[in-house]
Design a protein around this ligand. Structure first.
Ligand SMILES: [Cu+2]
Length: 151
């Protein structure tokens, strides 16, 4: 009786060790294939950017939406920019020498570029507030966000 239960324990131990060995071999193989994997093929990221107005407490805040774009280095960015606001705005990413046309209410533009450098880059409205011309809004300086290019 005693010897028989010892045998079961022994076989359970052997099975556990075999399972552990299989796991180690499988994991090692997986790690090796990750190291030798081919470089990622750059993607074309179709994204959109709009002027958004958030209002409440008698105040309206104008922002580029989304406030953050994340792409990987080498990707091509195909960015549609739209202005559903009732004032003019102009979108720019100065570090990439990108600038939309002046976006009148309902206006759109399309910017296409390659995110060839990793880093954090500001995008902003470059049309200073000028009520006489219907350009931007008093919170012009806050119309900014960040393009994040990861390695
Ligand atoms: Cu603006």
């Amino acid at each position: 009786m005693e010897r028989r239960s010892d045998g079961i324990v022994y076989y359970a131990l052997v099975i556990a060790l075999v399972a552990l060995l299989i796991s180690i071999v499988a994991y090692t193989g997986r790690a090796r294939s990750a190291v030798t994997s081919v470089p990622r093929i750059p993607a074309t990221m179709k994204l959109s950017m709009v002027v958004a107005t958030f209002s409440g407490q008698g105040v309206a805040a104008h922002r580029w939406y989304p406030t953050m774009l994340v792409v990987r280095q080498g990707d091509t960015v195909d960015l549609a920019v739209g202005n559903p606001d009732k004032f003019n705005h102009e979108f720019a990413i100065p570090d990439f020498n990108l600038r939309s046309r002046k976006l009148t209410p309902g206006g759109t533009d399309r910017l296409r570029f390659t995110a060839d450098r990793a880093g954090v880059y500001v995008f902003q409205c470059v049309l200073p507030h000028d009520p006489a011309r219907g350009d931007c809004t008093p919170d012009h300086e806050l119309m900014r966000g960040y393009l994040i290019v990861t390695e």
